[in-house]
Design a protein around this ligand. Structure first.
Ligand SMILES: [Zn+2]
Length: 293
């Protein structure tokens, strides 16, 4: 029995286990809590998506479909082993399953055969959907299996559970076949081994895409004698904005024409007096969107 992890705690646990974690849209507040309880949580459930392609699978698991609204799980594990978090709270992944199985998971005992559908699984299990067609032919790359191992171990570690708290959908709900392509018993052995050691991480947060605009270099940058490609790039943007006071150029040297052109830009933005003196400030610079040089 355990209180569900907060979004921040889950992200931290996954990163500390050495996983690449992507946070999708507003996943931190995306859930089905208005439809039923979430928690106490007792285990982790592994699924396959019956889809291919990461971005479409992540979007589907976030949004769901008309018959089954999203989130369809908490995270999607792609074929390269990255985790995409899509839900935080109750999610539509486990459906009704066998209460005897839930009791075995809680007690971390050997699983009985799942032959009943009498218990709400969405309340009690974290769910992870793995991108796979589920046809028995689509391969499971080692990077993806390693990520399943790590995700499961990270959550078990955070709650103080062992590997017996991790099950496949096929072990929960009669008629389900997922995940298909590897044995959950083998996966549990891997998880147990990992839990015997220390986590791999932490991994650095996913790198931000490089800024496409030149950051503001500071007002002192713009003085006589300055020679820089940034000045040329700025001048071109001023021309594009209809603020040109250039007779020639623009060029890399900071000139009076640059200052007058920039002052025209400041006036265009609504500044006046000292605020339109032609020396760039950070707010007007940001709006000018000078491409990175
Ligand atoms: Zn499933």
């Amino acid at each position: 029995m355990a209180t569900p992890l907060t979004a921040a705690r889950l992200v931290k646990a996954l990163r500390e286990e050495g996983l690449e974690v992507h946070e999708y849209r507003d996943w931190r507040s995306h859930n089905r809590n208005h439809k039923g309880p979430w928690g106490p949580v007792n285990g982790v459930m592994i699924h396959h998506t019956v889809t291919k392609g990461t971005s479409s699978s992540v979007e589907l698991c976030y949004r769901g479909h008309s018959a089954l609204p999203g989130p369809l799980c908490h995270g999607v594990i792609d074929k390269a082993g990255a985790v995409h978090l899509v839900g935080n709270g109750r999610a539509n992944h486990a459906g009704l399953g066998d209460g005897d199985v839930l009791r075995a998971v809680i007690g971390e005992k050997k699983l009985p055969k799942d032959n009943e559908a009498d218990t709400d699984g969405n309340r009690h299990f974290y769910g992870f959907e793995c991108v796979n067609l589920g046809d028995g032919k689509d391969p499971w790359p080692e990077a993806q299996k390693l990520a399943i191992e790590k995700v499961s171990a990270a959550i078990c570690r955070a709650h103080g559970w062992n590997e017996k708290s991790v099950i496949g959908h096929l072990e929960w709900q009669p008629g389900k076949i997922d995940p298909r392509g590897f044995a959950m018993s083998t996966m549990r052995k891997r998880i147990a081994k990992r839990l015997g050691g220390k986590p791999d991480g932490p991994t650095a947060p996913a790198p931000k895409p490089p800024a496409s605009h030149e950051p503001f270099p500071g007002a002192a940058f713009f003085r006589e004698g300055r020679n820089s490609k940034i000045i040329t790039a700025m001048g071109k943007r001023l021309v594009a904005q209809g603020c040109s006071r250039y007779q020639v150029g623009p060029g890399p040297n900071w000139t009076e024409a640059d200052r007058k052109s920039y002052a025209a830009w400041q006036r265009k933005l609504g500044y006046s007096g000292k605020d339109a003196d032609g020396i760039p400030g950070s707010a007007s610079w940001k709006k000018l969107k000078v491409p990175k040089v």
